[in-house]
Design a protein around this ligand. Structure first.
Ligand code: HEC
Length: 116
């Protein structure tokens, strides 16, 4: 019996690496994330964060890979286009009036979990 426990742990670890979909984030976990660049962090704090850490806003939560991965698969240019032009509940420019397209790209990469 004793030998089974480590084997089970290994099997579970293998599942976590490959088979399991990314776990959804809570609002609190999402709100705790911040861009590492202080300038991008200030832009985020003043705009995107208001919706993208609140489930009721119907926006994909920052850092929630389960929500972002299918969107990220559309490609960065498509995401930038919907951020600039708006999409459904998402207002054009994400209510960041001083954001340049490069800023929006950095914000999208951060929210989608592809900052590095
Ligand atoms: C007023 C609320 C609100 C704000 C502020 C906001 N968003 Fe969104 N965003 C949304 C909603 C709602 C969606 C989901 C739209 C949908 O149903 O596809 C969304 C979706 C997105 C998407 C995915 C688009 C796609 O094609 O799948 C991107 C990228 C995005 N937002 C970027 C940003 C950025 C960058 C900022 C800050 C500059 C921002 N958003 C600010 C509400 C907001």
């Amino acid at each position: 019996m004793r030998a089974c426990a480590p084997l089970l742990a290994m099997a579970l670890a293998a599942c976590g690496d490959t088979e399991m979909p990314p776990p959804p984030l809570t609002e609190a976990e999402s709100a705790a994330l911040n861009p590492s660049d202080p300038r991008v962090a200030a832009l985020y704090e003043g705009s995107c964060k208001a919706c993208h850490t609140v489930k009721d806003a119907q926006a994909p939560l920052t850092g929630d890979l389960a929500a972002w991965n299918p969107r990220w698969a559309k490609g960065e240019d498509a995401l930038l286009a919907s951020a600039m032009g708006g999409i459904k509940g998402m207002p054009a420019g994400g209510q960041c009036f001083e954001c340049t397209p490069e800023d929006l790209k950095a914000l999208i990469r951060f929210m989608a979990g592809h900052e590095q």
